[in-house]
Ligand binder design. Structure first.
Ligand code: LLP
Length: 415
């Protein structure tokens, strides 16, 4: 179990011994705060879960693309899972070994393929016949061969939120299992392709790992069939999706999956790849906000904070529930909606549950916001994206400063 990084000390909420109130004082709000210690222990736990197998943990950069977070994970020996040219550029700058980078995504452009081939990445996760043919063509003109794993869609329900379910037949992701054999035979014929693995990613925040175990069994059966047909596989990529507890739930630990699939993967002689995002960084981060006002509209009470859906979109988009803590210990609880300053009724951080009874000017921390928090934030309503601070061994470092208004307008032309 990874220890909770945000705890009270001396009557106030701290991260690795640093008082969040001091961070707010120095860097303002809204600000994301990440604990390097928590990221290290999450990585160590996941790496240990799969230790019995040849494996690589490829951090899914989309969860938290901050360069300092990426380079921390690269330094621990993680590979990277990237989903665009922008994430690839970032992963390279952060110091991930090119050969440990997997490029995934249903919509890779020709330019992204060229960029990834030039960088010498380790694996392309290919999601359609059209993409396979284009990748071969692009690689051939560069006199290269692209190392490929087809992403198969095993049609398994990961029983998570519909927006983050990716392994059902109706989702846009992957190729049907029934087409896989034909596509591998085709890939074997294409001059710019070097077959290297099989892959999947069935969804995110998967609390019960049984669907993932089932899907891995289907993937392994396919791999066995392909090996039998003479296709030279090296990798079995089972994707990401390990869940973290946002409330009182107790998601299955990855070691449960590891134990179940170990004999299977070992008998195939393949290297296991995982692509975790949330489970490495989610619990390590919090969003620090300041309360601006309290108000009552009829029977409804509101606490208005200085960041909302612009800073953390998950409650609005998925109905996600993040725990809120007052920075001042012992603030008590009240019935109110915690909302942001954005001009939309979808702009809320918490609804219909008791929340900390914080007064204007007090600070509030939104927990478990290290994954898909800053990454999905926006400048909507003309608000700068939050600052980001990484705390390592009790020392706070600003790893992304708040944008200025000039910077927010700098790319616009024609005035
Ligand atoms: N690999 C692939 C191909 C993916 O598409 C994803 C996430 C991952 C790995 C990492 O999954 P994780 O270990 O983080 O569950 N914005 C949503 C989550 C979207 C996940 C998208 N794909 C949220 O805030 O819940």
């Amino acid at each position: 179990m990874v220890e909770r990084p945000f705890r009270y000390g001396g009557g106030e909420l701290c991260c690795e011994g640093v008082a969040l109130a001091d961070i707010a004082e120095r860097y303002g709000t809204p600000t994301y705060i990440y604990s390097a210690g928590a990221i290290r222990s999450a990585y160590a736990a996941l790496d240990a879960a799969f230790a019995a197998l040849p494996h690589r943990v490829c951090y899914s950069v989309k969860a938290n693309p901050n360069l300092a977070v990426c380079s921390l994970l690269a330094g621990l020996g993680a590979g990277a899972d990237v989903t665009s040219g922008g994430e690839l550029a970032r992963a390279l700058r952060a110091g991930f070994q090119p050969s440990s980078i997997v490029l995934a995504g249903v919509g890779k452009s020709r330019e992204e393929m060229q960029q990834a081939l030039a960088a010498g990445i380790g694996l392309f996760s290919v999601e359609s016949e059209g993409e396979l043919r284009l990748l071969s063509e692009v690689a051939q003109t560069m006199r290269l061969r692209a190392p490929v794993a087809l992403r198969v869609n095993p049609d398994v329900d990961p029983r998570t939120h519909p927006y983050i379910t990716t392994g059902l037949a109706r989702n846009k992701f992957g190729v049907p299992l029934s087409d896989a054999r034909y596509l591998y035979d085709l890939a074997g014929q294409l001059p710019g392709i070097s077959i290297s693995g099989v892959g999947m990613h069935i969804g995110s925040q998967i609390e019960d790992l049984i669907p993932m175990i089932e899907a891995t069994r289907s993937l392994a059966a396919l791999a066995r069939d392909l090996l039998g047909a003479g296709h030279p596989l090296r990798y079995l990529d089972i994707g990401g999706g390990f869940a973290i507890p946002y409330g009182e739930e107790m998601p299955d630990p990855p070691v449960r999956l590891a134990r179940e699939i170990e004999p299977l993967v070992r008998s195939l002689g393949l290297t296991l790849l995982t692509e975790p995002g949330r489970s490495l960084v989610g619990g390590a981060g919090a969003l620090l906000l300041r309360v601006l006002y309290r108000k009552r509209n009829g029977a409804r009470k509101f606490i208005i904070a200085d960041g909302g859906m612009n800073a953390l979109l998950r409650p609005s988009l998925y109905g996600a529930r993040h725990k809120l803590l007052p920075v001042r210990e012992g603030a008590g609880e009240t019935e109110a909606d915690v909302v942001g300053p954005v001009c939309e009724s979808a702009d809320f951080l918490s609804r219909d549950v008791p929340v900390p009874d914080v007064q204007p000017d007090e600070l509030l921390a939104v927990l478990d916001a290290g994954a898909y928090g800053f990454a999905m934030s926006s400048e909507y309503n003309g608000r700068p994206r939050p600052a980001e601070v990484l705390i390592d061994r009790g020392v706070a470092r600003l790893v992304r400063r708040r944008q200025t208004y000039d910077e927010m307008m700098a790319l616009e032309l024609g005035l």
